[in-house]
Design a protein. Structure first.
Length: 327
């Protein structure tokens, strides 16, 4: 399909005819010699004098070529384009942040895999989280790890392979032995500030109670709610443990409910896998579909034709005048 980027240019097509029809011919004064007894000389010679002004005659070939060249120039200015078939692309309308607890308690070997073997908590969580990340094609994701402090491992990105690789390199205790739950939420809020997407989702996984945050988790959750961030909390570990190693289920539930998210408790890998499937159901990914048609400019074709016609006509006229002179 051919379209024109500047179709108004076609209004200039009749312009040469209008100029020729309604504007006077160009006149130019040139030096002349007064010849005495001019009329008698002409009469004796049997000739007939013509007016002093002369309008050069043009052949139909010249007129046709000139009209064709003008048409090609107007066509080039109109910006002809060839439109390709429509191409549709889907762009995610959701940004997602994973906040993973890597405090010292994540080293406990009480997490059960589908085969019934006991795993380190972080190792078991990492396997399921990596599978979840690999299935997030089209989502922008970020990764936060936290212990005594919260650290942004990766900003929001479409490159989920990088998220998986960074998660694979994460080890227990890298961020300190304690649990800064509130600070991890605060860091997620700051990370979302660079996002213009309406659907913002934070998945927060922890196995302990907050003991190291400068901001309480509840206050951080209220701020997140005001920023339109939904928080889905996942508890991993032993609710009956003592001190910092005890899962603070009540706080995680409160965080989720305040932001319109949900709370889950994962006892093993199978349960954690089901939790991530459930999160997909509760917060389905939104997409924006964009459609465009590739355009290929064709203006160079009529322009080239005009140049060739002009050069060919000039060459032909030059050859014709040469033959007349030799004759």
């Amino acid at each position: 399909m051919i379209s024109f980027g500047f179709a108004w240019a076609f209004l200039a097509l009749p312009l040469p005819f209008v100029v020729w029809r309604f504007l006077p011919a160009h006149k130019e004064r040139v030096p002349a010699i007064r010849f005495p007894f001019f009329r008698e000389v002409v009469a004796r010679a049997g000739a007939e004098a013509s007016p002093g002004s002369v309008v050069l005659a043009r052949s139909w070939v010249q007129m046709s070529v000139a009209a064709l060249i003008w048409g090609m120039l107007v066509l080039a200015v109109s910006q002809p384009e060839r439109l390709g078939a429509p191409i549709e692309t889907s762009v995610s309308a959701r940004d997602l942040i994973l906040a993973i607890d890597i405090s010292g308690s994540m080293d406990a070997r009480d997490f059960t895999d589908p085969a019934g073997e006991k795993l380190q908590r972080l190792a078991g969580v990492r396997t399921v989280v990596q599978q979840f990340v690999e299935g997030r094609e089209g989502d922008r994701m970020a990764l936060i790890v936290f212990g005594s402090k919260a650290y942004l491992q990766s900003p929001l990105t479409d490159d989920t392979d990088t998220i998986v690789e960074l998660l694979d390199q994460t080890e227990v205790g890298m961020a300190g032995p304690h649990t800064a739950l509130g600070d991890s939420i605060g860091l997620a809020i700051r990370t979302f500030e660079a996002s213009e997407i309406d659907q913002r989702l934070l998945i927060l996984l922890s196995d302990g109670a907050d003991t190291a945050s400068r901001m309480s988790p509840i206050n951080a959750a209220e701020i997140a709610k005001g920023q339109g961030v939904e928080i889905y909390t996942i508890a991993v570990g032993d609710p009956e443990a003592d001190g910092e190693n005890r899962v603070d289920a009540a706080t995680l539930q409160d965080i989720a409910s305040r932001t319109g998210g949900a709370y889950f408790f994962a006892e093993d890998q199978a349960a954690l896998d089901e939790i991530y499937a459930r999160i997909d159901e509760l917060a389905p990914r939104l997409t924006n579909t964009q459609s465009f048609r590739p355009r290929q400019s064709l203006h160079h074709i009529p322009l080239l034709i005009a140049v060739l016609l002009g050069a060919g006509t000039v060459g032909w006229l030059h050859g014709t005048s040469g033959r007349r002179s030799s004759a």
